[in-house]
Write a protein that binds this ligand. Structure first.
Ligand SMILES: [Zn+2]
Length: 135
């Protein structure tokens, strides 16, 4: 479930990046054309304005998207390990550690000092508000 969501996000962000780079290229083209139209100040000025607005907007969107992707990357890998005591049913939940697997014997129970087993390993799904891209 979480996997599908993150790959969808990656797909969307690559489309967004493509749109950003195309508009950035078009803005630069407009600026170059403006220089070529220096004999016609009206056309040159118009192209300059389009070029600057386009460049500013695509840079802004690019920075916003980057921030969003970075935030997603930090929040995604949250894996939890559940440890249970067979004897007294004491349950402990902690962050997943390298080498954890189900039915692995881990540290002794805090209550009865008997051996505890890992009973579940799962990815924590954080219910956050749906966030779309800024357009
Ligand atoms: Zn116990």
């Amino acid at each position: 479930m979480g996997k599908a969501t993150s790959s969808t996000t990656r797909k969307i962000s690559s489309i967004v990046l493509m749109i950003i780079f195309i508009s950035l290229a078009l803005s630069l083209t407009a600026l170059v054309l403006a220089i070529n139209f220096f004999k016609d100040p009206q056309v040159a000025g118009f192209l300059m304005v389009i070029g600057f607005i386009g460049a500013a907007l695509s840079t802004y969107v690019l920075l916003q998207t980057r921030k969003r992707i970075l935030r997603l990357r930090i929040e995604t890998p949250q894996i939890t390990t559940t440890i249970e005591c067979k004897k007294c049913d004491f349950k402990n939940v902690r962050e997943f550690q390298r080498g954890d697997y189900i039915f692995k014997e881990v540290e002794p129970c805090q209550k009865c000092n008997d051996k505890m087993l890992i009973t579940a390993i799962y990815r924590e799904v954080k219910q956050k508000g749906r966030e779309g891209f800024p357009f």
